[in-house]
Design a protein around this ligand. Structure first.
Ligand SMILES: O=C(O)/C=C/C(=O)CC(=O)CC(=O)O
Ligand SMILES: [Fe+2]
Length: 434
């Protein structure tokens, strides 16, 4: 039997037990739970949230989470202590090479590097964008994030996410979402020495599937392709550290047992993973380049309809068939701010310089689009159907302006000449020749 077993569906009312009979029957909090377990509710929405957005699970565990020491502040490392360390927003288009791989032993938490944040974790608006590089497993430590839900986008190396609610294996090309508050540790899957990727720490409304409007009942990311783990527990005593991110800072508490002691659980608040290759990509079969919203995988809405706190958008392998069209992304300026990453291959707006593991930032109303080489090629190429197979880019797009961190601004891996990619775009204007 594989170590990894999943239940299919997006935010279903799942029910899973690692020990048959561990889930109470017909109620959540019996006077005494089966097998002497403790009942604990784990909530991701206010109790009074509308039923469609009400998120909670009931965990049946060996010890309640409250059985831990007091918290003490912990050194923050490369993680931004939002908001004090934020610099003012910057309208410059920015691009970065990949974060260099670590030399010394570095686990997932040690290796987090904050690139940009917006909004504010305390008031639950906006997000933090982090990179991770790691070459070591978390063994004696566990982590939870009170500031936000974590969308993990591996770019290199396969991760094993050992969570309270079960085990997930996540490879490049897949993404995982770990709900706010979930305790977990990150290890490397067999065959992975080092790993690298992106994390969107969503301070606000949890990710949900976008509405499909006239697309209909099917398409884009389909609910059945989301996978939530089955219950897994270990009954391990020892000295463990529980690291929490709370209020932009790290804290630590001591545990005398592994917190992965949930024997059974039921509910709709749980981690999940999704294989981006399952995305049912919809695009033009006539002319013009559609807006990237057609590629939305998950959305975190804000209080204003249509203005996402964050949209998670991908640019997957797809056919390009548009006739009499400039096929790459058009030049544009948006109210939404865009943070991009590349998982593999090349992105169609950039002939070079935007590499796997790299990042770019185009803030509110800062102009951008294809580089000069891409413009020249796409303006004259023969418009035969073309399969764009070697590509997987993504975007964290937000209504809130991103503030790059001082460490991202001063990083050695920042491309300080990025704006030059548009310098070769000269005038072709000939008023007497249409
Ligand atoms: O593909 C699209 O339709 C639009 C995508 C974007 O807006 C992303 C960028 O603007 C990043 C970039 O060009 O580097
Ligand atoms: Fe853009």
């Amino acid at each position: 039997m594989s170590d990894f077993e999943y239940q299919s569906g997006f935010r279903n009312q799942f029910a899973t037990e690692a020990l048959p009979g561990a889930l109470p029957e017909g109620q959540n909090a019996p006077q005494r739970c089966p097998f002497g377990l403790y009942a604990e509710q784990f909530s991701g929405s206010a109790f009074t949230a509308p039923r469609s957005h009400n998120l909670r699970s009931w965990l049946y565990r060996i010890r309640p989470s409250a059985a831990q020491s007091a918290y003490r502040p912990l050194e923050v490392g490369q993680l931004s202590t939002a908001p004090e360390s934020e610099v003012a927003a910057d309208p410059n288009q920015m691009r970065w090479d990949p974060l260099p791989m670590p030399q010394a032993a570095t686990n997932f938490i040690d290796g987090l590097f904050t690139m940009a944040t917006n909004g504010d974790a305390g008031t639950q608006i906006g997000c933090g964008i982090h990179l991770y590089t790691l070459n070591a497993d978390m063994t004696g430590s566990f982590f939870y994030d009170a500031d936000g839900e974590l969308l993990v986008v591996p770019q290199l190396g396969t991760l094993v996410l050992r969570t309270e609610q079960g085990l997930l294996k996540v490879a490049p090309g897949e993404v995982a979402v770990l709900p706010r508050g979930l305790k977990f540790q990150v290890r490397r899957a067999a065959g992975t020495d080092a790993a690298r990727g992106y994390v969107c720490e969503n301070y606000a409304s949890p990710f949900e599937l976008p509405g499909l409007g006239p697309i209909g009942a099917n398409g884009l990311a389909n609910p059945r392709d989301f996978l939530t783990p089955t219950a897994y527990y270990e009954d391990t005593q020892g000295e463990f550290e529980l690291i929490a991110k709370f209020g932009g800072k790290l804290w630590a508490a001591e545990l005398d047992h592994s917190p992965l002691d949930v024997v059974a659980w039921h509910g709709n608040y749980a981690p999940y993973k999704y294989d981006l290759a399952r995305f049912n990509t919809i695009n033009t079969v006539s002319f013009d380049h559609p807006d990237p919203s057609i590629f939305t995988v998950l959305t975190s809405p804000s209080d204003t309809a249509g203005m996402a706190n964050i949209d998670f958008v991908i640019f997957p392998p797809r056919w390009m068939v548009a006739e009499h069209t400039f096929r790459p992304p058009y030049f544009h300026r948006n109210i939404m701010s865009e943070y991009m990453g590349l998982i593999h291959g090349t992105y169609d707006a950039k002939a070079e310089g935007f590499v796997p593991g790299g990042s770019s930032l185009h803030n509110c109303m800062s102009p951008h689009g294809p580089d000069a080489n891409t413009f020249d090629k796409a303006s004259s190429e023969e418009l035969v159907p073309q399969y764009q197979g070697n590509t997987l880019a993504f975007m964290f797009e937000s209504r809130y302006v991103f503030n790059p961190t001082p460490s991202a601004l001063s990083a050695g891996f920042r491309q300080r000449d990025y704006v030059d990619v548009w310098h070769g775009l000269h005038s072709h204007f000939k008023p007497d020749a249409r």
